[in-house]
Design a binder for this molecule. Sequence first.
Ligand code: PGA
Length: 252
Amino acid sequence: MTAPTPLIAGNWKMHGLAASLDEARAVAAALAGGVGAKATRVAICPAAPLISRMAQALAGSRVETGGQDCRAEASGAFTGDVAAEMLADAGATLVILGHSERRAGHGEDDALVAAKVGAALRAGLEPIICVGEALDQRESGHALSVVIGQVRGSLPAGLAGRPFSVAYEPVWAIGTGLTPTTPEIEEMHRAIRRVLGEMFGPAADRAPILYGGSVKPSNAAEILHAAEVGGALVGGASLKADDFLEIIRALG
Ligand code: PGA
């Protein structure tokens, strides 16, 4: 089994203007100055209008640029939407897909997420595919079956042998300050690891399984050192370089 390369990705959501690029530059400068383990990959995923400038600001640094969503089609009459090819053309190398804010707010189901993952692969982007249960699903004992169903439905066969990551983000933990217990995170990550092996074979051992949902400097070390946690998808705490760097440092 090949250990996954850890990934810490910042999801800026609908935050950030040109002035915010200074935060990204500060992250890049700190990494260049020796902060964080050399093997850790770091990415920042801004809103689409900032991607090109972000990629330019981070050129030559260790920090990669990612998108937050894409449309499945390569081009067409889809006003307001962005193709994976456009993200890649703007300088992105990764893209977050199937985030719960897209699933809930834009009616995205597993089949659509899988089609978007296919689009990312077509454009040469590395997808970060998000899954996670809602609070009522956890409380009724269905968290594992819901998440495993999302993994099976959202990850197309074309991912075999390609770089990707899965982000386990319980919906009730996103932006709330709440997090699952470490045993709950480990149980879920182990289950996802098992299913990835069933779906894609041993090559999928290289795919990091990220945890996301209220990761912050104060809880990052415990979460990032839990079994099968291969990094984090960080929302609010990725907006400020100091907080984001503390999370990167916590990985060791
Ligand atoms: P949060 O968001 O860290 O602000 O909870 C995480 C995410 O939605 O990816």
